[in-house]
Design a binder for this molecule. Structure first.
Ligand code: PHB
Length: 557
């Protein structure tokens, strides 16, 4: 097995784990690889910043979104179809999703959630077995005999394992034969009627209706758009009455939009150029360089293979071997070997019958994208706060601005006796806190003034700044300095220091702070020792936020 294959096996095992952080021993068990191999793969993936480690366990880093991004950028479906999916969700006031066929599975590429009832919710990148959802019946109608055979092998448990979303077991455990005949019936009906229902196939309560989105040139089903509801609002029949008309209109608009954009959505298509080549947004990371300091703990061919996969996202319409070699800076023979392995592993295919144009397949979304999409801001910042708190031996927090207050998003407290009773969701007046000052200072001048004018500046201690003119001047200084130090203005004995966290557009979206006992830590020590650790943490959180873009769970809220 080549290092690239071993690396992908380890990455898959991490993504499939029920836990966010996985120990090497578990990976040895899951992959069957030798401990020394797993260790080398882990040190390589960590060095490339696809993984992070707390010293014992390993978890996905935001950079691992790059694999899924490569597919999404090239297929372009989310970009073209998302506005139409959003519109449908608004019209019907129900969840809407778009999925693409992925072998005998259904892979989501768009999710517009509107969930009011407790049901499983899927994310971009999640894979469902075709027989357990509405889009599956639509896709199966076009399966080849070979695909059909692979699916029935999976039903009896003899196919290669696939990373499906972990669903509850199907009700009253039908036999594979029963599943097969029921699904054939649904697939035939779907082909005839042009829609398919999921009446609680996934779990009790969840119902969905889907229609196909066709490629007008050849009639291929390239995607399915679904409306998802709950039995407390609709029966399967009433959902069909309520949603089918609009769903069909939306699918027709989607087909038109796809025709207009001439996207490449599937292999073996004539090469049409998409809307211009997309150039990779960031410079590719040095692939070979870490070999010098990591030696045998750096698997260069794994790093190179992954660089090839990421590079495939840099151009629509597929890339030739020479283009891949160009973008990655790798020798052609090396790029070629990586493409062959990636193709064998089911992550890449050729768009043209001659086998010249390579493009990533939807399954690359299983390499981290689906898992990372489910992360919340708290999940993202927590490891950074743990590290900061470990470095400075004080409590650390992240908060966002809500009106004229700050609201805590995450907090890691040291175990000292004197501790403010702060939890996620706790609010404090922004004007008297270091995080509030950093957040206010990050606002445009006019908005900053408006928020101060709307706030009742009360003295919370004898040190609180309550003069709006002094406060405005303080905020200007905070903006210029890039941090705020607040001394006992919220509570006597409490000193706190904060730095801004920025999003990928450079806007201040959160603040990170260290809070300490005023009697124990001098302000000078805070500036000299704590400030560098604090600003470094703020920069790392900002970089992770930028890598996640607006794909963090709840980011749209
Ligand atoms: C979903 O988008 O959550 C969804 C779509 C179709 C189904 C089930 C769930 O059949």
């Amino acid at each position: 097995m080549a290092p690239l294959e071993r690396g992908l096996a380890v990455l898959r095992a991490i993504c499939a784990s029920p836990d966010d952080a996985v120990r090497p021993g578990d990976l040895v068990r899951e992959t069957g690889l030798a401990r020394s191999t797993v260790d080398r793969v882990l040190s390589t993936l960590t060095r490339l910043d696809f993984l992070r480690s707390d010293g014992r366990a390993f978890s996905l880093a935001p950079r691992a979104m790059q694999f899924g991004d490569a597919y999404l950028a090239v297929c372009g479906l989310s970009e073209v179809l998302e506005p139409l999916a959003v519109r449908l969700a608004d019209e019907l006031d129900e969840s809407v999703s778009v999925a693409v066929p992925d072998g005998d599975g259904v892979r989501f590429v768009i999710q517009i959630p509107r969930r009011r009832t407790m049901t499983l919710s899927f994310r971009v990148g999640d894979l469902l077995p075709a027989e357990r959802c509405a889009p599956g019946a639509l896709f199966a109608a076009q399966w080849s005999a070979e695909q059909r055979a692979r699916w029935s092998r999976r039903l009896v448990g003899s196919g290669p394992p696939r990373m499906f979303f972990p669903l509850p077991p199907a009700p009253d455990g039908p036999t594979p034969q029963e599943v097969e005949s029921a699904f054939d019936e649904r697939a035939n009906a779907a082909a005839k009627e042009g829609w398919a229902l999921d009446d609680q196939l996934i779990e009790p309560g969840l119902i969905a209706i889907a229609v196909p989105v066709l490629d007008r040139a050849d009639g291929r089903v390239v995607a399915a758009v679904s409306v998802v509801s709950h039995s407390s609002r609709h029966s399967a029949d009433s959902l069909r009455e309520h949603a089918l008309g609009r769903l069909r209109e939306t699918a027709a608009r989607m087909q038109e939009a796809l025709t207009g954009s001439r996207l490449q959505t599937e292999p073996h298509r004539a090469s049409g150029s998409g809307p211009g080549p997309r150039v990779a947004s960031s410079a590719p990371a040095p692939i070979d360089e870490p070999k010098r300091d990591l030696g045998p703990h750096y698997l260069r061919s794994l790093a190179r293979g992954l660089a090839v996969l990421v590079a495939l996202g840099s151009k629509r319409g597929g890339m030739t071997l020479s283009a891949v070699a160009d973008v990655t800076g790798l020798p052609r023979a090396t790029a070629r070997r990586a493409l062959i392995t990636l193709r064998e592993q089911g992550y890449v295919d050729c768009l043209d019958p001659e086998g010249r144009l390579f493009a990533p397949l939807p399954s690359v979304l299983e390499l981290g994208y689906a898992r990372l999409c489910g992360r919340t801001v708290e999940d993202l910042v927590r490891p950074h706060l743990l590290e900061l708190s470990r470095q400075v031996h004080e409590s650390a927090s992240v908060a966002v601005l809500r009106g004229s207050e700050i609201s805590y998003v995450a907090r890691v407290a040291t175990s000292r006796i004197m501790q403010a009773a702060i939890t996620v969701g706790t609010r404090f007046p922004a004007y008297a806190t270091s995080m509030g000052r950093v957040l206010l200072a990050g606002l445009p001048e006019a908005e900053r003034e408006a928020r101060i004018a709307a706030t009742d500046l009360r003295a919370l201690t004898r040190f609180t700044v309550t003069d709006p003119v002094v406060l405005a001047e303080t905020l200007r200084r905070v903006a210029a300095d890039g941090y705020a130090l607040v001394d006992q203005e919220l509570e006597e004995g409490l000193r706190s220091m904060a730095a801004p966290v920025r999003d990928h557009r450079g806007r201040v979206v959160a603040a990170v702070n260290v809070s300490m006992h005023a009697g124990r830590v001098e302000a000078d020590h805070a500036r000299e020792v704590i400030l560098p650790a604090l600003t470094a943490t703020a920069a790392r959180i900002s970089a992770d936020l930028a890598a996640m873009g607006d794909r963090l769970d709840g980011a749209a809220a």
